[in-house]
Write a protein that binds this ligand. Structure first.
Ligand code: ADP
Ligand code: MG
Length: 252
């Protein structure tokens, strides 16, 4: 990555070095090197099966890398002595499926992980829940149950739940792919707000207009490698590699 004097390289919040991941004989990640600076938004694009989800899952250790190193906030999370729970507390993750507890109210969905994982008392958890529901524009749904919400609202609750944990970085794995098209915009608006607030984000998405407008950098993956990365307008508008061109042409 190049840098200019006006724009010094930011602190690295996420750093991936020589990352390999195999499932049996299937080598899914074949040597990934990637950095995400503090406050940077990196969108990861690429065909289905290229290893995007596996990459995100290796960053927060939902998958154990076969080889290579991952650093989050300067801590090597792949080190054998690392406290995995402490690492995960610093990383918020939002999935395609919202994974809310159906039998709990929206507020209880937000307070439960804070109490269980962070050991917060009831009042502190409720305060963070209310604050973060407000951030995603869903204060009025505090007492609702997930089934009464639209998919877009459920995903915003899932984002608020992750934010209530006070993460240093947020990982999004196709957060709008399960949504009806008319509900996508509200979720992307929340993500855009987070980006504007300076949250460090890694976002796997097929939403090219979001990537173009919000990302600081776009990474194109195919076959378990980073084929190219760079300025969103350049990668999406004028890709250097045939594989990137082919992928983008099929999205349109
Ligand atoms: P993407 O998110 O880009 O669609 P994935 O990271 O989900 O790609 O998957 C990449 C490859 O890894 C696929 O071939 C998939 O079948 C395989 N894979 C992912 N997770 C597992 C797993 N837990 N066990 C075995 N194979 C897996
Ligand atoms: Mg995936």
């Amino acid at each position: 990555m190049s840098s200019t004097p006006q724009n010094p390289p930011p602190t690295r919040e996420i750093e991936v070095r020589g990352l390999h991941k195999s499932f049996g004989d299937n080598e899914v990640l074949r040597g990934i090197d990637l950095e995400v600076g503090s406050g940077e938004v990196v969108c990861v694009i690429g065909p289905s099966g290229s290893g995007k989800s596996t990459l995100l899952r290796c960053v927060n250790l939902l998958e154990e890398p076969t080889r290579g190193q991952v650093f989050v906030g300067g801590t090597e999370v792949t080190h054998p002595d690392v406290d995995i729970d402490a690492v995960r507390r610093r990383i918020g993750m939002v999935f395609q499926q919202f994974n809310l507890f159906p039998h709990l109210s929206v507020t209880d969905n937000l307070t439960l992980p804070q109490r269980r994982v962070l050991g917060r008392d009831k009042a502190a958890a409720a305060k963070a829940a209310a604050e973060n529901l407000r951030r995603v524009g869903l204060s009025e749904k505090a007492d609702a149950y997930p089934a009464s919400l639209s998919g877009g609202q459920q995903q915003r609750v899932a984002i608020a739940r992750a934010l209530a944990m006070g993460p240093q970085v947020m990982l999004f794995d196709e957060p709008t792919s399960a949504l009806d098209p008319e509900l996508v915009g509200d979720v992307l608006a929340v993500m855009r707000m987070l980006a504007d607030e300076g949250m460090t984000m890694m976002v796997v998405t097929h939403e090219m207009s979001f990537a173009r407008e919000v990302a600081d950098r776009v990474v194109f993956m195919d076959g378990g490698v980073v084929v190219e990365q760079g300025d969103p307008a350049r990668v999406i508008g004028n890709p250097a590699h045939e594989r990137t061109r082919h992928f983008l042409s099929r999205l349109l």
